[in-house]
Design a protein around this ligand. Structure first.
Ligand SMILES: Nc1ncnc2c1ncn2[C@@H]1O[C@H](COP(=O)(O)OP(=O)(O)OP(=O)(O)O)[C@@H](O)[C@H]1O
Ligand SMILES: O=P(O)(O)OC[C@@]1(O)O[C@H](CO)[C@@H](O)[C@@H]1O
Length: 303
């Protein structure tokens, strides 16, 4: 079973404002609400690809109820731990360019943390855990490192998609996949990345720390894949970008879904890029058919 863990889920409140003016009363032309948070996005996309998942993490209050009901109506399994404070609302303002304001999120108690780690201890060698997104400040900074240790002990495949600061604590841990973008990769190595050669070289360094598969995304500029056997650069399909929220999460879900079906890295990376682009070209996460229509436009070159 694939498990996703979202420590700090969100309702993503999308506001389209024609010409946003800071300091004025602005009226949105239209708005939308989505159940969000990186792990939840991975679960939602996997579900669209007919891959079963169970979403873990914390939900609370009326916002938590919205997320739970949204997942249930899509048929997505979950085992969220109920908390007292409401789940955050993240504002995604679209006015020509995209601006995001993400809330800090609720506090998590020691008991609630222990419950989650117990759930993770119960995963086995046939399971995959995708731990994604920012952790609320009440959660110890080494939470992902603790999860990685538990997964290594139990043979559970571990995937992390989080900020460069959290990824820093994971260096040296065994992981199946990480997917930083090129800015996060630079931050991880305290450097500014300015060329494809730099990206490949730092992606290899990351792989050598114990990460089986490294994808570095570069928005519309493509993506890099490095593992023990292959190194590729992908060109992304061309299209009209509507939304970049969840594009990175879609790559993780696309890789996982295609790898599970084919155990072929080329197909998994191609599908990951198509999934990222399908989301970039949609208002919400991409649909399965959109992804499949884009697969033939993803070009890989060996590097
Ligand atoms: N402008 C674009 N055109 C085509 N594809 C895109 C574009 N932007 C993003 N994508 C697709 O989405 C993938 C992930 O994008 P990006 O590098 O922005 O991830 P990210 O920074 O992790 O995003 P986020 O955190 O917003 O989910 C890219 O590798 C690509 O496949
Ligand atoms: O604050 P975090 O956890 O880093 O990111 C949260 C978030 O921006 O990431 C997702 C897109 O990747 C959104 O659904 C959500 O609002």
């Amino acid at each position: 079973m694939n498990y996703t863990c979202t420590l700090n889920p969100s309702i993503d409140y999308i506001m389209h404002v024609d010409a946003f003016r800071a300091g004025d009363l602005n009226r949105a032309a239209n708005t939308a609400y989505f159940a969000g948070g990186k792990g939840i996005n991975v679960s939602r996309l996997l579900n669209r690809l007919d891959v079963e998942t169970t979403a873990l993490g914390y939900l609370g209050g009326f916002t938590g109820t919205f997320i739970r009901e949204t997942l249930e109506s899509a048929g997505i399994n979950h085992q969220f731990i109920e908390i007292n404070e409401p789940t955050r609302v993240n504002v995604k303002l679209k006015s020509g360019e995209e601006s995001e304001i993400n809330g800090p999120g609720p506090s998590i108690t020691k008991e609630q943390l222990a419950l989650l780690l117990e759930q993770i201890r119960n995963l086995g060698k046939d399971d995959v855990l995708v731990a994604a997104g920012n952790a609320p400040s009440s959660v110890p900074a080494d939470i992902y490192a603790r999860m990685a240790d538990i997964c290594e002990k139990n043979g559970t495949r571990f995937i992390a998609d989080t900020s460069s600061a959290a990824l820093q604590d994971l260096i040296g841990k065994r992981m199946f996949l990480v997917k930083p973008n090129h800015h996060e990769l630079g931050e991880l190595f305290h450097t500014t990345i300015s060329s494809i050669e730099d990206i490949v070289s730092y992606a290899r360094k990351l792989h050598e720390t114990g990460i089986e598969n490294v994808i570095v995304s570069m928005g519309g500029e493509g993506a890099i894949f490095v593992n023990k056997y292959h190194a590729w650069k992908a060109e992304t399909p061309k299209g009209t970008v509507k939304n970049s929220v969840g594009a990175g999460d879609s790559m993780v879900a696309g890789f996982l879904a295609a790898y599970e079906k084919t155990t072929n890295y080329e197909q998994a990376f191609t599908y990951a890029v198509a999934a990222g682009s399908a989301t970039a070209f949609s208002d919400d996460l991409g649909e399965r058919q959109d992804i499949e229509n884009l697969v033939s436009q993803v070009r890989l070159t060996s590097i």
